[in-house]
Design a protein around this ligand. Structure first.
Ligand code: ADP
Length: 580
């Protein structure tokens, strides 16, 4: 589906950036102070050189020149040392901020309502987790510190130039219009231009891989010429897209160069003119010109990193957007009176306007075995997910002990009702971690008891490291049946009074199925069970059977009652029984 997760607006991005910066005032200020100190040490050179020029003009000794050179060398060394520490501190700060950003993002992503993740597709979330986090990492680690240094350097250099004489402001100001016009012209076109360029690369790639992968088909159907023509078209488009961005650069870079040159030339000219009038000394003209020339580098960096920062801001906006998904739960703090699960006039749609449940009501007795049967696509799984509180109903409510499932904190909810499916993920970590997920406070005895309850003691006790064995990706691989047992043991630990089973064991290979069936039976014992029955014999053993057809419960009663009633269930039973 095409709905994507939201993207934060500029204001929230700036607000968040400020808040991040404020979390580490000490690091931030030390980094800034060090950068300022480093910049100041580099600013001594033009002054010293200016003085030297003046001294030479009026006559000086070689000893004086040597001394000035020594002082200069001292400043160069000091600047190198300060720069080193300034960078070190900003890197530490960058890593800290990045780590916090990642943590914020992970907790936001984990708090996303399941329904939202499903409808947005995991692709969007994945892109944000990988590409946007990378982009932002690059910005925070490199672009932001470099940019800060450039700004600090530019401001201080400009200040130093002004300290030589106010007249320097004029030549500098003359460079600004070209800079601003060139920059605006470029930035307003660059993004689309470069996006189009990379899109054409993707297209060439797509056509190429498609042709190579489908080489036989291409040959068999005589499509070679057609594919070559398509590739030619793609290359042509790519050529024009590149021509365009090249054109942008051929205008932009000279414009920038020009705007850098104007101030230097004008400073020299103005300074020369003032010198001939006797208003300034030769040393001042030298220092001013050197300062203005020194401005070029930081200004150039400010300009070129701006692009990078914009991309970083865009990524941050996408990462923060995840936090803006409205929560579909509203914890009220009410406590359930008992363990009775009820659905009342529940409607639900995955896609707005297309309900798949049309007003389902179902009272499940405590300790009851309820089977749900019906044709595929009727809405059984959907109803199961609603009964387990995975999706909130669009209208109507699902309650446990009179309290809506959406009102319970997620941790509490899982202690009441849980969904059991075949998706049993083994998380990377120790076996203990994998089980303790369900009950963070559980001790080893409880964990082992849970494993024992699902009949897993055998293989667990054969593990060299026992509960400390690392499982999941990168660790010991568990078989499908073992993974399922771990999932079941988690349920024992979470200890919900009601379970919704969706195809719990049907895909497990038959040899382990029997074994698992026993583990499952142990877990089900003493709990209310709503089983989505894909095999009718499990319906036969249930206390009651609910027939779901086209998003409504059409029949409800015991197996015998429904067979006697001669409706859909009776027909299903006949055809199944007749066969089996
Ligand atoms: P059953 O379990 O009875 O086979 P489901 O509850 O899986 O039925 O599906 C009910 C209807 O909801 C079907 O029309 C199905 O296509 C639709 N549906 C199920 N899951 C989704 C989903 N994630 N997004 C959109 N539609 C869905």
């Amino acid at each position: 589906m095409s709905t994507t997760l939201p993207v934060a607006d500029g204001r929230s991005v700036r607000g968040y950036a400020r808040q991040l910066a404020r979390r580490h005032p000490r690091l931030l200020w030390s980094a800034l102070a060090l950068h300022v100190a480093a910049a100041v040490t580099t600013l001594a050179a033009p002054r010293l050189l200016g003085d030297l020029v003046e001294a030479v003009e009026t006559g000086t000794t070689a000893g004086h020149v040597d001394r000035v050179m020594l002082v200069l060398a001292g400043f160069v060394v000091a600047s190198a040392v300060l720069t080193r520490y300034a960078r070190y501190v900003s890197q530490v700060l960058g890593e800290q901020v990045l780590a916090e950003l990642r943590e914020d993002f992970v907790s936001n992503a984990l708090a996303l309502p399941v329904g939202v993740v499903e409808s947005a597709g995991s692709g969007d979330l994945l892109t944000r987790t990988s590409r946007d986090v990378d982009q932002l990492g690059w910005s925070v680690r490199w672009a932001l510190p470099e940019w800060t240094i450039a700004v600090v350097t530019a401001v201080l250099t400009f200040g130093a130039a002004l300290s030589v004489g106010w007249w320097v402001a004029l030549p500098c100001a003359m460079g600004v219009p070209a800079l601003v016009v060139g920059l605006r012209w470029y930035l307003s076109r660059a993004k689309d231009g470069y996006l189009r360029e990379s899109a054409t690369y993707s297209r060439i790639n797509a056509t190429l891989t498609e042709t190579v992968e489908g080489a036989r088909t291409v040959e068999a159907l005589g499509l070679a010429d057609e594919q070559v023509r398509r590739l030619d078209d793609d290359c042509r488009e790519s050529y024009w897209a590149e021509r365009y961005t090249l054109y942008l650069r051929t205008v932009f870079f000279p414009a920038m160069e020009l705007s850098y040159l104007i101030p230097t030339v004008l400073t020299l000219l103005t300074g020369g003119w003032l010198y001939t009038r006797g208003d300034v000394s030769l040393g001042e003209v030298t220092a001013a010109t050197l300062y203005v020339q020194m401005l070029i580098d930081p200004v150039d960096r400010i300009v070129s990193i701006l692009d990078e920062l914009q991309m970083g801001a865009a990524s941050l906006a996408r990462l923060l957007g995840v936090a803006q998904v409205p929560d579909d739960r509203e914890v009220t703090g009410r406590k359930p009176d008992d363990e009775k699960l009820d659905a009342h006039d529940v409607r639900f749609a995955y896609v707005p306007g297309r309900d798949v449940l049309h007003g389902v009501s179902l009272d499940v007795g405590v300790g009851e075995r309820l089977a749900m049967v019906g044709p595929s696509g009727a809405g059984k799984s959907t109803l199961g997910r609603l009964l387990a509180g995975i999706h909130p109903p669009r209208t109507g409510e699902v309650t446990v002990g009179g309290v809506g499932l959406v009102e319970l904190p997620l941790g509490d909810l899982r202690g009441h009702v849980a969904l059991v499916t075949q998706e049993h993920h083994v998380f990377a970590g120790t076996l203990r971690d994998n089980l303790a997920l369900a009950a963070p406070g559980a001790d080893d005895d409880q964990v082992l008891a849970a494993l024992d309850a699902v009949d897993a003691t055998g293989w667990v006790s054969s593990l060299d490291d026992g509960l400390d064995t690392r499982v999941g990706s990168g660790g010991r691989a568990l078989s499908a049946a073992q993974a399922q047992q771990v999932a079941l043991a988690r349920l024992v630990l979470a200890d919900p009074h009601t379970l919704v089973l969706d195809e719990a064991t049907s895909l497990i290979d038959p040899r382990s199925a029997r074994h698992l069936e026993r583990s499952l039976a142990a877990v089900l014992d003493g709990r209310t069970v709503i089983a989505i029955a894909h095999r009718l014999f499990s319906a036969h053993d249930a206390d009651r059977v609910a027939v779901v057809e086209d998003g409504v419960v059409t029949e409800l009663g015991s197996h015998d009652e429904l067979v006697a009633a001669g409706g859909s269930y009776a027909a299903l039973w006949d055809s199944w029984h007749g066969r089996g």
